[in-house]
Write a protein that binds this ligand. Structure first.
Ligand code: C2E
Ligand code: CA
Ligand code: CA
Length: 786
């Protein structure tokens, strides 16, 4: 499975790293940016504020200087002496003073206001010269200066503005005039201040009356750009946001305001910061690239061992356990790899165990049904013949129930050990519980069975208790009983086994006749109901000969199913279905009614024959069937003991108390009750004696080979004797030859039934048969007609 890039762990870690890095970077970027912005604002504010302070200090210094100097000059006797004297000498003296402080303006005013001396500087060929000012001899029109405490003023002269400071000349305490010095506000000043403050400076003259602004002087631009008045104005108005500026009033000149505008382009102020910022950005980008690369390396580093793990675990997933997981990585991942290896070993061990358990029985550790299925396919491919024996230990359930499962298991194990010894060359399987399978390539069935019966010692000792193990065997042959699906062979052995069990045989080889496949069975279940309704059932009658009189005194009604498609179906095939699907009541009622009707017909024809009807466990569960058959008997005035009800001991044993009650009920209403198939069950005669029955029917498995089997003779003889002792009459069924019939007659058996006398046949056939049947009287082994 390919993992898409976005889903892979590596890309996730990578993305996480990038995300974190970007967050950190963005945070640092943001804070740096904020710091930069703040620092810019601070820097810009500082710049203009400092510039303004420097500017003001400079102007104040100049004022202070002018003031102090004017006062010093005013106290100078030399100057005072010539004040009123010679104008030329005074001007010389004044100029001398002016030169000492390199003032641009020197002025003296008489107390009457006449300007007695005025010297101004000017430039000629870049040299500073001095000349007499234009107001010399005129009257001073700035008298308001004197009313102010601060005697420094802005003074306008010949379109130039000066900073002027005046000090009174005193003679005693009388003011005889004033002397003053001034510095011009010109380009030089503007440039000087601009250089000191680092910002551009313009001196503006604003006339509020006519809203007019004139530039007086401006510094050379510090950023080499020439500003015209318009751009200065827009800076001043704060329109041009690329500038910082400060604008303030310095004083009044000719009823206009002299202002200073200090300004600077932000860029030039922030040049350093910008340079730092660029540097920061470059470092930031560089860091980012480095971080991305680092993130990639880290994520790849973390996931590489995991990828190794995944790659190797995939191998394990495919069942390739041969390699250990190895990685070169951190402690935790190495530990993980170790854990994986341990897990892998555990998985291998468990897988082997599970595989073993899947293919072996837990009690005997023999290969089981799964293993058998695989082996059968292999045997089939070998294309050699084989026989397959399904061996069943009988009565394990009883042993479990009476002696406990532990003993049951011991018996099974012991039995399997004996089988193992026998089957050294054959293959043995344990299908579970009491079922074993043997595959043998020795094809002679008789030989195999007789050898097996020698090996399988039937005696089993458990704590001084001797158990007599019984078993029976179903056999199928390959290729004789070949099917498309080889495992169907097992079904065939099973069918053979069931047959052997039912007919009390030690072994039985499969015969196609036994086969009644399940699909057909299912069809039968469905159609049995309609069979009863649509009269597809018929009764055959099998006679019983009274051995004392050699007369046909009874018939047993035996049901058959004339199936429209399957033909005649024997009762063994559908009675059990009827029992399992709750249809037994309907079936028995139909048989009973049919048999009684036939009985009545024969009565009318003067054929005096008693009838026997088979009933099953289902009919003994409650009184409903008994009431039915009693009503039928009474309605038709049938005499007592004309009808025999045959019931197997199994039918009684499922609920003996209830069965006894119902049997007594039937007996009290004049029915003869007979225990069918006697000898096949496990109950003793003494137990059966408790039942209200009058007759015992010895099962055909003891009778069929009676002449050949001494054991059977012993059993049958003692059964007859014991039954008689208990007041029961005896019927023997399964008489297939004359000798058996005579033997039974000799041993006082009351009734005989069997193919030798007649097979079960239809009623009309039975009537014809009866006419010329040989069984009327028997003399010296010769049968004579009546
Ligand atoms: P069952 O009651 O023991 O009936 C006797 C069976 O033995 C009959 O088989 C009969 O054909 C067979 N048989 C009689 N003489 C000989 C003989 O000399 N040799 C051999 N090999 N067999 C002989 P069938 O008719 O196939 O019946 C089989 C079983 O089906 C019956 O055994 C009985 O258990 C059951 N069954 C038949 N009809 C009914 C019925 O109407 N109701 C019930 N509940 N069961 C029935
Ligand atoms: Ca019967
Ligand atoms: Ca029977």
């Amino acid at each position: 499975m390919k993992v898409s890039f976005m889903k892979s762990l590596q890309s996730r870690i990578f993305i996480l790293f990038i995300f974190l890095l970007l967050c950190i970077q963005m945070m640092s970027f943001y804070s740096t940016y904020q710091a930069k912005q703040n620092s810019e604002t601070v820097q810009l504010n500082n710049k203009i504020e400092t510039a303004k302070q420097v500017f003001e200090t400079q102007l104040n210094n100049r004022n202070y200087y002018l003031n102090a100097f004017a006062e010093t000059a005013a106290k100078d006797y030399g100057l005072k002496n010539v004040f009123t004297e010679d104008r030329k000498s005074f001007l010389l003296a004044l100029n001398n003073h002016r030169k000492r402080i390199n003032a641009d303006l020197a002025i003296s005013i008489k107390s009457d206001g006449e300007i007695t001396g005025q010297l101004v500087t000017y430039y000629k060929n870049n040299h500073k010269k001095v000349k007499v000012g234009s107001e010399q001899g005129k009257s001073f029109n700035n008298f308001e200066i004197f009313t102010q405490t601060d005697t420094t003023e802005l003074y306008y002269l010949d379109a130039k503005i000066y900073q002027l400071s005046l000090a009174p000349l005193k003679s005693g305490s009388r003011i005889i005039g004033w002397v003053g010095f001034g510095y011009i506000i010109d380009h030089n000043l503007a440039n000087e201040l601009a250089e000191l403050t680092g910002v551009n400076i313009s001196f503006l003259l604003e006339d509020p009356a006519i809203n007019n602004t004139k530039e007086v002087v401006s510094s050379h631009s510090t950023d080499e750009k020439k500003y015209d008045l318009k751009s200065i104005q827009s800076i001043n108005a704060g329109i041009d946001i690329n500038y910082i500026s400060s604008h303030f009033r310095l004083g009044e000149v000719n009823s206009s305001n002299l202002t200073a505008l200090m300004f600077q382009s932000k860029v030039s102020v922030l040049k350093n910061i910008q340079a730092d910022w660029q540097e920061f950005l470059i470092i930031f980008m560089f860091e980012l690239v480095l971080s991305l690369f680092g993130a990639y390396l880290i994520s790849a580093g973390i996931t590489r061992p995991i990828k190794q793990l995944i790659h190797q675990i995939k191998h394990i997933g495919q069942g390739k356990y041969d390699h250990d997981v190895e990685i070169d990585a951190s402690h935790e991942l190495t530990q993980l790899a170790d854990e994986f290896n341990q897990m892998k070993d555990a998985v291998v061990a468990r897988e082997q165990l599970i595989r073993h358990q899947a293919y072996h029985d837990s009690i005997t550790d023999l290969p089981n049904r799964n293993y058998l299925a695989e082996r059968l396919v292999e045997y089939k491919n070998k294309e050699t013949g084989f026989i397959i024996l399904q061996i069943n230990i009988r009565r394990i359930k009883e042993i479990n129930d009476t002696l406990g499962h532990k003993v049951g298991d011991k018996v099974i194990i012991e039995f399997s050990n004996r089988l193992k010894e026998f089957s050294l060359e054959d293959e043995l399987f344990h299908l579970g519980a009491d079922e074993f399978v043997l595959i043998s390539q020795k094809l002679n069935i008789e030989n195999t069975i007789s050898q097996l019966s020698v090996s399988l010692d039937p005696l089993f000792n458990h704590e001084s208790l001797n158990l007599h193990l019984q078993y029976c065997i179903g056999i199928a042959q390959y290729p004789e009983h070949q099917t498309d699906d080889i495992t169907d062979l097992l079904k065939k052995t099973d069918i053979a086994l069931q047959y052997a069990k039912k007919h009390n045989r030690i072994y039985q080889t499969y015969d196609r006749q036994f086969d009644f496949n399940t699909v057909e069975r299912l069809h039968l279940i469905n159609s049995l109901k309609t069979a009863i309704e649509q009269n597809q059932l018929v009764l055959h009658y099998q006679p019983k000969v009274s051995l004392s009189s050699m007369q046909i005194s009874h018939v047993e009604a035996l049901v058959r199913w004339e199936h429209p498609i399957n033909g005649l179906i024997p009762p063994d095939s559908f009675i059990s279905i009827a029992e399992q699907t709750g249809q037994m009541d309907a079936l028995t009622r139909w048989v009973t009614k049919e048999a009684v009707e036939q009985y009545l017909k024969w009565q009318k024809l003067n054929i005096n024959i008693k009838i026997a009807i088979n009933i099953s466990a289902e009919n003994l569960k409650d009184k409903s069937y008994s009431d039915y058959v009693i009503a039928l008997k009474e309605d038709n005035n049938i005499a007592d003991y004309e009808i025999t009800l045959e019931v197997t001991e199994d039918a009684v044993l499922s609920d003996p108390q209830q069965a006894t009650e119902i049997l007594s009920y039937l007996k009290s209403h004049g029915f003869k009750l007979s225990i069918d198939d006697y000898g096949t069950g496990y109950s003793s005669l003494a137990q059966l004696k408790q039942l209200p029955v009058q007759e015992l029917k010895i099962d055909k498995s003891f009778v069929q080979q009676l002449m050949q089997n001494k054991d059977d003779q012993i059993i049958v003889r003692s059964t007859i004797e014991l039954a008689h002792n208990m007041g029961l009459t005896v019927v023997a069924e399964g008489i297939e030859d004359e000798r058996t019939l005579l033997w039974l007659q000799k041993h006082n058996c009351e009734l005989a039934q069997g193919y030798f006398i007649s097979r079960p046949i239809k009623a009309d056939l039975f009537q014809t048969w009866l006419k010329d049947c040989p069984f009327t009287t028997a003399k010296e082994g010769k049968w004579l007609k009546l």
